[in-house]
Design a protein around this ligand. Sequence first.
Ligand code: AGP
Length: 608
Amino acid sequence: MCGIIGYCGDKAARPILLDGLKRLEYRGYDSAGLAVADQGKLAVVRAVGKVSDLEKKGIARPLPGHFGIAHTRWATHGRPSEENAHPHCDCRMEIAIVHNGIIENYLDLKEELLAKGHAFRSETDSEVIAHLIEESYDGDLEKAMLRAVQRLEGTFGIAAIHAGSDRQVVIVRRGSPIIIGIGNNEFFAASDAGALLPYTQKVISLNDDEMAVLHPAGYHIKNLNNEFLQKEIEIRETRDDLADKKGYEHFMLKEIFEQPEAIENAFRGRLIENEGVSKLGGLEPVLERLKNVKKLVIVSCGTSYYAGLCGRYIFESLSELHVEVDVASEFRYRKLKMDANTAVLALSQSGETADTIAAIREAKRKGALILGVVNVVGSAIAQITDAGVYNHAGPEYGVASTKIYTSQLVVLTLMALLIGRYQGLSFTEGSALIQAIKKLPRQVKKILTDIEHIKKIAQEYAQYKDFLFIGRQLNYPTAMEGALKLKEISYIHAEGYPAGEMKHGPISLIDENFPTVAVVSQDSTFDKMLSNIQEIKARNGRVLAVASEGSSRIADACDDVIWVPETLPLLQPVLNIVPLQLFAYFIARSKGCDIDKPRNLAKAVTVE
Ligand code: AGP
């Protein structure tokens, strides 16, 4: 959610920290700040708003120094304000810390520290860390950090500096990712390797309860028992996508247009056509166990949850599995029986979502096989699952997820095909599915050529303040996801509903000011969807349909139609969501919204 970057070396720290913050800004962006140390003094600049606001402030006050830390914040404790922005300092303004995560016992610690005479300047939970370090500091920041974190409950990724130390940055992790970047006589700390792209590919990821001390001359890593650790250096891919929107006005639009490629990447090399089955290398280590799985529980949040809802229909149709889908944050409140024949499948674009991680931990405790579908290679969820599949969709910077969603749908279909072929699905059925999957990129491209028509319709609908999105079966999660896209980026109220539920309540909202977006496919739900549309029309509601090409009955019944190519019903959600992404995009654009960084949201939601 929040982003951290730290630097120590021979170069000026400030430009490196600012550049890193810009790369991290998509994760959280209500305020930002940096601290640089020079000649035994700490200089701290913080600003409400974007990193560009911090940059303007920083220019007014140049900060020399060759080591420092910086942070971009997404508020949890305390409103977005300059005082609440990180870094936070001790009473003497010698120690500065930045923190991702939540300190759950901060009120107790704060009370204790206040009683000892510490003066607090913010409403945050994070500030206690600076004062705890101060309490333990006797000239050695590493030792003081070690003592301080023993007192913390909750989750943290922390970077700290002391003005009096010679270019030393100390980092520690429990629950919130933090990595070391290795340069030439310089070291970096970051919550996300993307922040380090221009500087180094060499990184070391810390695990929970590990800390590291960085200095231009070298680094060492310890666990919280103060024992030295040796860790492998990983080489991360360098693709500086953030620097380049490739001519698109927004990352979201670029990522919508990247879907044909992202879908192809999801199935490339994973289809065995002459056997009518898929091959997923990441699942091979658990294949024997997977063949005997009886129950599958999908856990995820937001857009990934809607992919999971589609997944339920896909797995139920292709395999014998009993499938349940849970919003990850609700999973721990269920009394679900699990055993070695249960698999829990976590879906996550970022691989960092705290709610999903908590659900995985709960499922592990109950002995289930834990699987993941994750886009970010090496992310926390990828590390804690027993086996999984990467999307390989490339980085997604728009906060509203688009290409990862369609990629998730394809990967889920491949997983269901793999398991289904062990559980009775025929070669013919498997082959038909494979042929349909292979056509998807071309079909998405076709939808994308219709962009002017979708834009025109979006402009006509941009005046409305409320929307209902409806669909049945696989189009029900599509309706939910279409509504989510619209509310996320345009701030328009939109409700996604199973169409059959409309008559049980929401229909009372319908009038000429409350339009409906109906997602309709040429499948067994068609006639019932048509009836629901008639019910809306009878109440003067305007209806926009997203429908499979060529149905004159839909064209006659609705006010407006966006046509999509037809595929197998199981794959239709991959196509049907694309116009809805564009619909939301063009409405948000016509309202002048900050599409890539919608208010109050963050790309990786690392708090519960
Ligand atoms: C998607 O548009 C949202 N920004 C959000 O719902 C997101 O899908 C959710 O937070 C889950 O994230 P994850 O896939 O990274 O776990």
